[in-house]
Write a protein that binds this ligand. Sequence first.
Ligand code: GLC
Length: 718
Amino acid sequence: MVDISKLISEMTTEEKIGQLVQYNANLFIDSEAGITGPLTDAGLTPEDIGRIGSVLNFKNAEEVCKIQDMHLAADRNKIPMVFMMDVIHGYRTIFPIPLGLGCSFDTELVKECTRMASDEASAAGIQVTFTPMVDYVRDARWGRVMETCGEEPLLNGLMGAAQVEAFRGEGIEKPGNLATCVKHYAAYGGAEAGRDYNTVELSEHTLREFYLPAYKACIDAGVDMLMPSFNSLNGVPSVANNWLMNDILRDEWGFDGLVISDYNAIGELITHGVAADIKEAAEKAFNCGCHIEMCSSGYVKHLAELVDEGKVSAEKLDEAVYKVLELKARLGLFEDPYHGASPEAEAAHSLTPTNRAVAKKAAMESAVLLKNENILPFKKEVRKVALIGPFADNHEIIGFWSCQGKNEESVSVKEGVAALLPDAEIVVAKGCSNKWNELDASGIAEAVAAAEAADAVILCLGEPQNYSGEGNCRTDIDLPGIQNQLAEEVAKANSNTAAIIFTGRPLVLSKLNACIPAILNMWFPGTEGGSAAAALLFGDANPCGKLSMSFPKSVGQCPIYYNHTNTGRPKPNEDRHYGYNSNYIDCGNLPLFSFGHGLSYSNFVYEDMTLSSDSLTADGSLEVKITVLNDSAVEGKETVQLYMRDMVASNVRPVQQLIAFNKISLAPGERKTITFTIKEEMLRFWNNENKYVSEPGEFRLSTGCADHLIKTQSVILK
Ligand code: GLC
C-alpha cells in the first residue's frame, strides 16, 4: 500500500494543488464525450494540465487508458489520475429514470440495476460515479425531478442508500465496483418556481424534515464523496455555506469523506455575488471544506498564493490532498491504474442480454397504471393495432443523463408490439409532434383513420427527453404541442384506446384524462422501454408501480405534494371553488394523481388492519397487521403502504407521512397479512427548536395511498 504521507512530503505545492483539480477529458485528449455546462476558459498552461489529478466525462476505456498512460509517463510522482462520471440510471444499458425506478418501491430491484450499471461503467474506465442524486422535490416544473425518487424523504433515502451499497459492492478496489458521490447538497430541488439553479429559501425545520434526510441516509450507507449544490440556500451558495458544509455535514453528521464542487460551481460564486473574483471564490470554497474543484480555475491559479498569504492553511491543503490520494489508494489505482478497465472488458460487459432482461423488468416494475376503465390489458389475439402519436415509432425513450446509452439501441413501442404480436397488423401514424411549438395538425386525419380501422389503439404521447434533466425546466407541463387535440380526435374514432406516456416529470394530464379511458405512465423507461410497454399493454406483465411524485391537475398547483399540512382552511371538496376556503377559483387542491397511486390488473382488497395495542410507549413497539386479498384471476404485486398522521403537535404536521411499505406478490385468490413494527422514533419530527422529537398524543395509522386511505386506526403515544 502506498505511503501517502511520504508521497505528500515529496510533492511541491503546485503538485499538491493539481490533485485538487478536475477537468473534462477533452482538455487532455480530443474527446467526443459530452460536457455539462460551460467549460470555462480555463487558461491553463501545459504544466497546469500535467498536474491535474482527476478527469471528468470521457468516451470509453480506450480513452481512459490512453489518458492514464500519458499522465503516468509524464508525472514525476507517478500518481494515477482518477476518472469520474455521472452513472445515474445505467451506463450503456439504460434503466428507467430514477423518478421511475422510485415507483417500483423495490430497493432490491434498484440494487440489481445499479450492480449492472456499475459493472458496465467500471469496465469502461469509470472509477467514481456522481451518484446517487437524492434531491428532495415538490415542483414538477424543475427538469431534474427525473433524477430523484420524488416527494417522499423515506423513499428517496432508501433508494439512495441502495445505490451506494450496490455501486460499492464488496469494496471499491474491486473491478466492477465504483466509489460513490451523493448530490446535490443541499436542497437543490427546492429551487424557487421550479427553475434550475434558482434561489432556495427554506426554514431549518423544513430542511431537516424533508430536504436533508436522504443525504444523511447515503452518508450512513457509506458514500465516499459529496457534491454541494449550485444553488444558494438561505442566502449562501452551498459550496461556500459554512453552516451546511461544517456545522451540519461534519460536526453534526460526522462526514469525513471527499467533497467535490459541482461543474464550475466555485466560479459561479462570482456570479452569485459572494466573491469578487475567482481567487476569493477559491478561498471561500476551500476554507468551507471543498476539496476538489471541478472545471473552474480558482485552485489551480490561486491556491498556492492563498497559502503563501496565510488565507488558506498549508495543513488544510495537505489534508485535502491526503483525502484525494487516500481515495485513489482505496480504489487500488496505485496497483492497477485502469481499475480493471479495458476495451475488451468494456465490450464484454456492455449491453448484454442479461442486462437487457433486467432493463425490461425494471421498466415494467417502474410503470404506473394511472387509469384503466376496463380497457387494459388488450387481448393478444387482436388483429389490427394502431400505434398513434410521436412516441409510436421513436427510440428517444432512454431519458436525460443516459451516460453512454444510445437511443438507437433502445426498443421502440412499435418494435416491442411487433415482437410480441408477430401475426397482428400494426399501423403507425405519428399524428403530430411532441414539441411545444410544433402545431402542425395535418397528420391528425391519418391518425384518426388508422384508429377507426383498428381493433385496439395505443396513443404514444409525452414530452421529448430533453425537456427534463439539467437546465430543462418548463412553465407549462401539459403534453407539449397538440397531443391533447390528437388524443381527443382519436378517442372519438375508437373507444378501445389506451395512452402510454413517456416523460421525465409528472405532466398535467387533465385533458387526456377527460377523454382517454386508460393511461399507463412509462416515464423514460430506458433501453427496453418498448418491449416493457408491449408486455404491460397486452397482459404479459401486470403494472405494479406506485407514483413517487404527484401529478398536478394544473401547473398552477405547483409545488404540490402529498405530505402537506392541513392549514386552517383545508379544501371542503374539490368542486366548491368560491367562498373563504383554500381552493382555487378555477381548480381544486388535490392532484390529478397522488403520490402512492398506481392501479393493477389484479383486484386487491384490503380486508383488515389491526394493531397489537392502541398505545405506544417511548421504549416500546407495536405491530400493525394488514391483510390483503387478490380478489381476481390475475397474479400481481402490490406495495402495501403505511402512513401516519400526528393529530396534534407543537408544530403543524403533514396530513400524511409514509412511514413504511412492503411490496408483495399475490396469486389469484391469495391472501397475505403484512406486519409492520412501529416504534416511537418513527413518529418523530423536527420541531421549531430544531430538535428531533416525538410528542405524546394521537397518531392515526392508515394504509392505501396518500389520497385514498383504505383503513385507519388510532394509536396513543404515551
Ligand atoms: C453537472 C451536474 C452534476 C454533475 C456534474 C458533472 O452540472 O449538476 O449533477 O455531476 O455537472 O457532470
